[in-house]
Design a protein around this ligand. Structure first.
Ligand SMILES: *Cc1c(COP(=O)(O)O)cnc(C)c1O
Length: 406
């Protein structure tokens, strides 16, 4: 138990800490204890881990850059009106990305709901108050490709619309009717889609139906931030806390000005709306802008080369163990970063990939990886610098320990 007196002492010593360490403390290293000296996660009985998996929601996405934390701290000390900061940040983001307008949302999922709500209601607040129970006077269907119909389409159904699945271009054209509100595309599945982006957009335009592209996890490459609005999508959605390394509970709705303005009708602070629970505070609205600025300004080529070196290092270490094989690959779309698959001959290494992954997770420090029971899958893009060496050594050691003596 921490006594109140001890807590107070910690607080009183705060200015002294600043004084002693001066500028060295202005940008504390990630994972350091707070300036108050409290180890909050430890107090809660939580153990942090090296993220060798990637930008997974359950693993809390990404670590925000110091610039983002500075912006959040800055905004936390003074008031501005919520609608004003959204409007001004929207202008700045659209200047940065070359789109018409932008809204910071509570993640890509909420960008989808709000974007569609705007398509359904236009600027009519009375309609917004009736979503999702009564869509009379509004359109009520969204069309998407069957291969795109994964769990995220629930964000669309939250507005009360019905999802209509199609497989081919022909089917899409046939499915369009007077109830069709929007056409929705899952960018992550664009590689194996029956209908390509350009055809999809063209059909939307021909029929005067807005198109939306869900690009939640689809930076890098950085160009994707403007590629799809440039291509002609009316609305594009991104997650804030994946590759952009903004606040995990923020996201972006980008696109046509009239549709963004309509989406705002259903967003906080407006109360009687489907989006009222999708609040983004001023700290995160500003944090999202600064995350975007910081991300765009990076030397992306250099970052890519770093990831390649890190992955090769881990791969080389793992391969020193007899029977271990590795494959370095880059997923085409979504999580488009150098990635490692580690497999082995179980007659030579007597442990399953699941067992090795559990051992990585349960060791010190804890290391989170992906992969089912067939591979250990590793990426380095969500690691802090140097952690790839710890991961490489631990993986090598565990594989070595499981090696059968022959
Ligand atoms: C992560 C993800 C989402 C949800 O994004 P949030 O920012 O967590 O709301 C939606 N669609 C796809 C394809 C995703 O990968």
């Amino acid at each position: 138990m921490i006594k109140r007196r001890d807590l107070l002492k910690g607080m009183l010593s705060l200015p002294l800490v600043g004084g002693l360490f001066g500028n060295a403390f202005s940008k504390p290293p990630i994972n350091s204890v707070s300036a108050l000296g409290r180890d909050y996660f430890k107090e809660l009985g939580l153990r942090s881990y090296i993220n060798a998996a990637g930008t997974y929601t359950s693993l809390t996405g990404s670590i925000m850059r110091p610039e983002v934390i500075d912006a959040i701290n800055y905004a936390s000390k003074q008031y501005v009106r919520l609608e004003d900061i959204q409007e001004r940040v929207g202008v700045r983001i659209s200047e940065l990305l070359g789109c018409e307008d932008a809204q910071v949302t509570a993640g890509a999922f909420s960008a989808m709901t709000l974007g569609l709500a705007g398509v359904l209601t236009g600027m009519d607040r009375e309609k917004a108050a009736r979503i999702p129970n009564d869509l009379s006077g509004m359109k009520s269907e969204v069309i998407l490709q069957k291969s795109h119909h994964i769990g995220y389409a629930h964000a669309l159904r939250n507005t009360g619309v019905k999802i209509v699945e199609v497989e081919t271009k022909k089917e899409l054209e046939k499915a369009i009717n007077k109830e069709t509100a929007m056409l929705w595309y899952l960018n992550a599945h664009s590689e194996n889609s029956e209908i390509a982006h350009e055809e999809f957009i063209e059909i939307g335009k021909k029929n005067n139906i807005p198109t939306m592209n869900d690009c939640a996890a689809d930076v890098p490459p950085v160009e994707n931030l403007w590629k799809y609005t440039d291509m002609g999508y009316d609305l594009v959605c991104f997650s804030g806390g994946k590759g952009i390394k903004g606040p995990q509970s923020a996201g972006l709705l980008l696109g046509r000005k009239d549709l963004i303005e309509a989406a705002r009708i259903s967003a906080p602070p407006n109360g009687d709306t489907v989006g009222r629970g999708m609040k983004v505070n001023k700290e995160e609205v500003l944090g999202m802008l600064v995350a975007l600025e910081t991300y765009i300004a990076l030397d992306h080529e250099q970052e890519w080369k770093l990831w390649e070196r890190q992955i090769k290092f881990i791969s080389d270490q793992a391969k020193t163990v007899n029977g271990v094989e590795t494959e370095i690959h880059v997923p085409e779309v979504a999580n488009h970063v150098p990635s490692l698959k580690v497999t082995w001959d179980q007659s030579q290494v007597g442990a399953t990939p699941f067992e090795i992954r559990e051992a990585l997770k349960n060791g010190h420090p804890s290391i989170e990886t992906k992969g089912g029971d067939k591979t250990v899958d590793i990426t380095t893009w969500m690691m802090n610098p140097g952690e790839e060496r710890i991961v490489a050594e631990r993986l090598r050691m565990l594989l070595k320990e499981a090696s059968k003596k022959t």
